[in-house]
Design a protein around this ligand. Structure first.
Ligand SMILES: Cc1cn([C@H]2C[C@H](O)[C@@H](COP(=O)(O)OP(=O)(O)O[C@H]3O[C@H](C)C(=O)[C@H](O)[C@H]3O)O2)c(=O)[nH]c1=O
Length: 187
């Protein structure tokens, strides 16, 4: 019995993963990650890190972050407390959907995760006063390869559901795409 329903999006490689919980009188059990089942969704590397971020403040945004090639990372993003509006932006210069974005509401109640391939920037907005994200990455954190896009960049026109709040100084200072961004491969 499959433990996930895997759905494509309009951005090649970006998948919506619907966990299929097994429920009984005690509650329910579901897998957050399964190498065998998620291989078909494109996760072919070992997990390098599992991160937990706790975010407070409705409207808070973290992101949009990515690591340049060859230190790119796949991410499987799950929300285990609260609710977030999770966004992935295609930054593969040759992609027909370059700079297009896709968003999903993630919460423990909807059992939804986002599987984000390399070549995407990732960010999210807190829709509840506190949100806990747990996400697997396929590569280690490498500050020297890390960069980001400004979540309020007009070239992306991301329709954040709430007024943007509580950006870190780093996120507020990401350059605008018009200032010479050349995609994921061009550090
Ligand atoms: C990602 C990461 C960060 N750090 C250090 C770097 C900073 O000293 C501190 C906080 O980092 P940052 O402000 O980048 O954390 P977030 O804003 O939550 O960024 C993360 O959230 C967005 C939405 C993502 O998609 C990335 O996974 C990640 O960049 O943790 C580490 O030590 N290891 C790590 O793997």
């Amino acid at each position: 019995m499959s433990r996930f329903m895997i759905k494509d999006t309009q951005l090649l490689g970006l998948k919506v993963i619907q966990r299929q919980p097994i429920t009984d009188a005690r509650g329910n059990f579901c897998r957050l990650f399964c190498a065998e089942e998620l291989r078909t969704a494109g996760w072919i590397k070992p997990i390098a890190q599992i991160n937990h971020s706790k975010t407070q403040g409705v409207g808070t945004i973290r992101g949009l972050h990515f690591q340049y090639a060859p230190q790119g990372e796949m991410k499987l993003v799950s929300c285990l407390h609260g609710e977030v509006w999770d966004v992935a932006v295609d930054i593969r210069l040759e992609s027909p959907t370059y700079l297009q974005w896709h968003a999903e509401r993630l919460s423990p109640e909807n059992h939804t995760a986002l599987l984000i391939p390399e070549g995407f920037a990732h960010g999210f907005q807190a829709l509840t006063p506190q949100c806990d994200l747990v996400y697997c990455t396929s590569n280690s954190y490498a500050a020297e390869f890390e960069s980001g896009l400004n979540p309020q960049d007009g070239a992306l026109a991301i329709a954040w559901p709430l007024p943007v709040q509580n950006l870190s100084a780093k996120d507020a200072s990401h350059p605008l795409i018009q200032d010479g961004f050349k995609g994921y491969f061009a550090q």
